[in-house]
Design a protein around this ligand. Structure first.
Ligand SMILES: Nc1ncnc2c1ncn2[C@@H]1O[C@H](COP(=O)(O)OP(=O)(O)OP(=O)(O)O)[C@@H](O)[C@H]1O
Ligand SMILES: [Mg+2]
Length: 386
């Protein structure tokens, strides 16, 4: 049975519905990532779980223990919910040493035994901060402060650990380090976590499951591999890196792009029959688009498009290239050794050829289409949680 259940959770500020009948189930030991754009209600959802906000309706159950129920007016206060929290801004108490910051959750819970058993020192060691116990937060780097915050969030072995974008204030290198450390700690300790982010790489790296949020609701709730392969909507596809968007329309002889190029969807993941719609949107990842010197170079079976170079950016082993085709622009990643010299010698507007496998397309209905095309899911096998 699920250990943490959120059902029909609703939170409004005035007429603004911020969390909208939200359902979530988190298994014990699971690392759930809540992913969504700014303002979609991620922090508000976490604050409701923590008891820092009072929802207007719905219920929240921790390990068979109802902590909130709008109908029965049950509302367990935050300090009785046994949760750990790690925030975006480190939120360490500036007037307390690292030791006292980490021991605070044990103190408020009256865990004298854990204090005597060296739980504070062990938690500091766990995040490589054992040598910093007598310092104050102002004497720590950002990465150290955030690691101390992680130790404080875990020290009392809470039922549930809530992370609200804990890595977003760190520079790129530190972000990777602390992310790996959180991942290792989760593998070792097996705590249950809800981790909020708007960074898709972070979500894929950490999540046992991902919940993609849109306007206070969960749009897709699934294993990372399934979200990656089978985004349920164009919104999810765009959010998880399918940055390229092609508008397609159906002619008497098949589908065409806005530039008029024929595009064979036989092998795309779409059920395509005459009674389906006449317009659709295709999404695909920049990594799935190839750049060619000529159309003959494109692999057999690929969709080949003639395009114009817009711009390119050097990225070390690769160039990030933008090309224009019809009314749309496509992003692609080109190998620097194979394409660097030619790109460096090209001006904006130069003709280029791009191609992609139809299997890399994900097709979605256009919003105004009354008889939409129906996406078919790719088979994906994943282990772990269902
Ligand atoms: N105390 C409040 N009073 C009124 N509106 C609020 C309050 N807190 C949040 N909101 C609004 O609720 C919406 C969701 O806010 P929330 O902080 O949950 O978003 P978020 O998904 O965490 O975004 P971000 O990625 O920017 O942190 C926003 O439109 C915000 O302006
Ligand atoms: Mg937030």
């Amino acid at each position: 049975m699920s250990r943490f259940t959120v059902a029909g959770l609703t939170k409004t500020y005035g007429s603004n519905v911020v969390v909208d009948q939200l359902d979530l189930e988190v298994e014990e030991g699971e690392f759930l990532v809540l992913l969504g754009p700014s303002g979609c209600g991620k922090t508000t959802t976490l604050r409701c779980l923590a008891g820092l906000e009072t929802p207007q309706g719905g219920s929240i159950t921790f390990k068979d223990h109802v902590v909130f129920d709008g109908r029965t007016r049950t509302n367990v206060p935050p300090h009785k919910r046994n949760i750990g929290m790690v925030f975006q801004s480190y939120a360490l108490w500036p007037h307390m040493t690292v030791r006292n910051n980490i021991r605070y959750p044990l103190k408020v819970r009256g865990r004298k035994q854990a204090l005597a058993d060296g739980a504070v020192e062990a938690a500091a060691e766990m995040v490589d901060c054992g040598a910093l116990l007598d310092r104050y937060p102002s004497q720590l780097s950002g990465g150290q402060q955030q690691r101390v915050a992680v130790a404080r969030g875990l020290v009392a072995q809470p039922d549930l650990v809530l992370f609200d974008e804990p890595l977003s204030n760190l520079d790129a290198r530190l972000r990777d380090q602390v992310r790996t450390q959180i991942h290792q700690l989760h593998q070792r300790l097996g705590f249950t976590a809800v981790f909020v982010t708007h960074d898709q790489a972070e979500a894929f790296a950490l999540g046992d499951r991902l919940a993609i949020m849109k306007s206070g609701r969960i749009e897709q709730y699934d294993a990372p591999e399934r979200v990656f392969e089978n985004p349920v909507s164009e919104y999810v596809a765009a959010f998880i890196g399918m940055a390229n968007r092609l508008e397609l329309r159906r002619d008497h002889d098949g589908w065409r792009t806005s530039a008029g190029d024929a595009i064979d969807l036989t092998h795309a993941l779409v059920r395509d029959s005459a009674d389906r719609g006449s317009a659709a949107v295709a999404r695909l990842r920049p990594e799935d688009v190839m750049l060619h010197a000529s159309a003959e170079e494109a692999p057999l079976g690929n969709v080949v498009l003639r395009a114009e170079l817009v711009t390119y950016e050097y990225g070390g082993r690769y160039f990030d290239v933008t090309v224009a085709t019809g009314t749309e622009q496509l992003l692609l990643r080109a190998d620097a050794t194979a394409h660097g010299p030619a790109l460096r010698n090209s001006r904006p507007g130069a003709p280029v050829v791009v191609s992609f496998s139809p299997a890399s397309l994900r097709i979605f209905p256009t919003s105004g289409d009354s008889v939409p095309v129906v996406p078919v899911v790719a088979p994906v096998s994943v282990g772990g949680h269902p």
